[in-house]
Design a protein around this ligand. Structure first.
Ligand code: UDP
Length: 448
């Protein structure tokens, strides 16, 4: 710890909620280990420095128009950030008042950081904000193409991907995309990035993704040190500052306080996933018909089109439902009234649910979410998937399966056992605890 004092780390989060949260949490962990933390963020989805007064923030003048946001935003950000980041880094490195910079930590989707770091001879470590399993899947894309699984053919959706058991073809990304090739390219570039890095950090833990971590260490990146140090937000040293791009509605907690223990279905589909109007209505009626209390995050943009909740829908439920635009999700999942999490299976949401022992109903939409959901339902067995379309009777049945049926009881028991493992790995001597110490030593050994 003493050796890290007086050294600075520059962190570059990809400016999307599911990437920003873990990067800032990682900053907290490394700050607690003695490093100074500088965050470089874009004008697009810019961050609020007052949420982390112990960090230094530098904004680079990179924004996306509405039309740019809709098509290939990550590729555009990579192109637009190069020069502004180079200038920003030059000024940070030449500032004699600031602590010397030990290394960069960037998101692997920001591949532009490679050439910039190299030109300043700065080591670069990557934080993969998704799971290790999904990175194994992404790294296998060239093989999956060769074997004919990709591009996905509708007739093969239910077939197993034998090389990646228990995944099915429908669990691979690109299914509903009009331009799957560009997605495959983006993902393949991302999966190649660790090969040109000084290390790879994961927000996961050994006991959860042992197999995938072993594959990455032995086969995919045999020369790159890998540090699974999650779950970040449960580490003792992680202050619980809000990192939301939207304001959290605290009425969630006061409403949950009025509900019975383990009675509420929490419904939230993350920051990007969207549903069609008809699906939105099915969700609403499925929740209403289930007869269980529910807390539902209806974020602006969740519904393609308008938000067609029938007039008087909530009133007719006599307080059994509460709808907000954005929730303090970690607090919600830790609340004793929450019984089940109906999620889109983003990696952060999945991990946050696992940490609180809350069983999941998975409704994955794109990217790594299908693989995450497959692991929740078929490997860890701490949840179930809605696999046959979003339809009110299936929703009602799935909620009841988890809340009241025997099969649900077994799933709930397993979720509690997995929660214990998530907590143990962070304790002194636990795998993530040790791996974090290993990361600090590694940074000190590679520092420029
Ligand atoms: N989140 C939140 N409030 C909400 C919905 C989501 O704080 O109402 C947070 C959630 O806790 C998680 C992140 O936003 O940390 C979403 O990340 P995830 O990987 O689950 O999904 P993404 O938004 O990237 O699809």
């Amino acid at each position: 710890m003493e050796q890290s004092r007086g050294l600075r780390l520059i962190l570059l989060p990809l400016p999307f909620q599911g990437h920003v949260n873990p990067m800032l949490e990682l900053g907290n962990l490394l700050h607690a280990k003695g490093f100074s933390i500088t965050i470089v963020h874009t004008k697009f989805n810019s961050l609020n420095p007052s949420s982390h007064p112990h960090f230094t923030f530098h904004s680079i003048p990179v924004d996306l128009s509405e039309s740019e946001k809709a098509v290939r935003p990550i590729s555009l950000l990579n192109a637009k950030c190069v020069e502004p980041f180079r200038e920003c880094l030059a000024s940070l490195l030449s500032d004699a008042e600031e602590d010397p910079v030990a290394c960069l930590i960037s998101d692997p989707f920001f591949h532009y950081t490679r050439s910039v770091a190299e030109s300043f001879e700065l080591p670069r470590i990557l934080l993969r904000t998704g799971g290790a399993t999904s990175l194994v899947v992404y790294a296998a894309f060239p093989l999956l193409k060769e074997k004919g699984y990709l591009p996905i053919q509708d007739a093969r959706l239910e077939e197993p991907v034998t090389e990646l058991s228990p995944l099915k073809v429908k669990d691979l990304p690109g299914k509903d995309n009009s331009d799957p090739e560009s997605i495959y390219q983006l993902i393949t570039n991302m999966a190649n990035e660790p090969k040109a890095s000084s290390g790879l950090i994961f927000n996961t833990f050994e006991d959860l993704e042992q197999h995938a971590l072993a594959t990455l260490r032995q086969e995919t990146y045999p020369n790159i040190p890998i540090f699974p140090i999650g779950p970040f937000h449960k580490c003792d040293s992680a202050p619980s500052s809000s990192t939301g791009l939207l304001a959290e509605d605290q009425s969630c907690i006061s409403w949950l306080n009025t509900q019975a223990p383990k009675s509420v279905v929490y419904v939230g589909f993350g920051s990007i996933a969207a549903v069609k109007e008809a699906q939105f209505l099915e969700i609403a009626w499925g929740l209403a018909n289930s007869n269980h209390p529910f807390l539902w995050v209806v974020r602006p943009g969740l519904v393609h089109g308008s938000e067609p909740l029938p007039d008087g829908f909530l009133e007719s439920l006599n307080g059994r439902g509460h709808i907000v635009k954005w929730a303090p999700q970690k607090e919600v999942l830790a609340h004793p009234s929450v019984a089940v999490f109906w999620t889109h299976s983003g990696w952060n949401s999945t991990l946050e649910s696992i940490c609180e022992g809350v069983p999941m109903i998975c409704m994955p939409c794109f990217g790594d979410q299908m693989a995450n959901a497959r692991y929740v339902s078929d490997v860890w067995k701490v949840g179930v998937q809605i696999e046959h379309g979003i339809e009110r009777a299936e929703i009602e049945g799935t909620i009841n399966l988890l809340m009241v049926e025997k099969e649900g009881e077994e799933i709930r028991d397993r979720a509690l056992k997995l929660m214990e493992k998530a907590n143990l790995c962070l304790k002194e001597g636990g795998s993530s605890y040790q791996s974090l110490d290993g990361l600090v030593e590694h940074i000190l050994s590679i520092k420029s």
